[in-house]
Design a protein. Structure first.
Length: 218
């Protein structure tokens, strides 16, 4: 399973990349706003800065919600760098735009997926990735992980090449369950990736190893 980081913070992206386990970045308008990135020029140069850190797969989301606007904005975003994946919302004009982009070999990430039917539609339109939001489904008392299972079955049934990019991942259990189910990618905050490092027996075991080493190497 590939790991993407879900942030627009350059320091966090660098930290995850330096760990050697980062396969991409997902951003959204909320994450860009959190970093105070505003205005087309600044937004575009920020995407370029992200592309300069990682090897591939930088999702950049369109703001337009009409077909012509999504096409124009998506083509401009794709021009920034070959690493850009155009992120398109799961709406009618978004699906049409995904079809347009797929016919022109522009990679897409269909975002705000909350049902298996939405994922199926995006796959049929030729989306490179679909982003089901696990945590936000859990928030409203649906089983977000169940959606990942459903989409995995559907895509495998028909051999859709569209990759499942599990998003809105809030903790390590989400991440592990995605790996068990067979999500292609999980995107999450840096804190979730670094939480994978932690186990109290690792800490106590290492402390004992170092203490024993020191006891005979004074
Ligand atoms: O990038 C979209 C998604 O990962 C958002 O996560 O935590 O805001 O639901 P969250």
């Amino acid at each position: 399973m590939r790991f993407f980081i879900d942030t627009a913070n350059l320091n966090e992206i660098k930290e995850a990349y330096e760990l050697g386990v980062l396969d991409g970045v997902t951003t959204n308008p909320s994450l860009m706003a959190k970093e105070g990135i505003a205005g087309k020029d600044k937004v575009f140069s920020h995407y370029k800065a992200i592309c300069n850190i990682v090897d591939d797969n930088v999702s950049a989301e369109v703001i337009a919600v009409d077909y012509a606007g999504i096409i124009k904005e998506g083509e401009e975003l794709a021009e920034i760098d070959p690493k850009i994946v155009v992120k398109v919302p799961m709406i009618k004009d978004g699906i049409r735009a995904i079809k347009y982009f797929s016919e022109r070999e522009i990679r897409t990430n269909c975002t705000l997926i909350f049902s298996a039917g939405q994922a199926l539609l995006a796959a049929k339109a030729g989306a490179t990735f679909v982003s089901p939001f696990v945590g936000r489904l859990d928030d409203i008392s649906y089983d977000g992980m169940k959606l990942i299972e459903q989409i995995r079955i559907i895509f495998d049934n028909y051999g859709y090449p569209t990759q499942i990019l599990a998003a809105s991942i809030r903790h390590t259990i989400h991440l592990i369950k995605c790996a068990e189910i067979g999500a292609d990618v999980a995107t999450c905050p840096l804190s979730v990736i670094t939480s994978l490092l932690k186990h109290p027996l690792t800490d106590s075991g290492l402390a004992k190893f170092l203490a024993d080493h020191k006891s005979v190497n004074i």
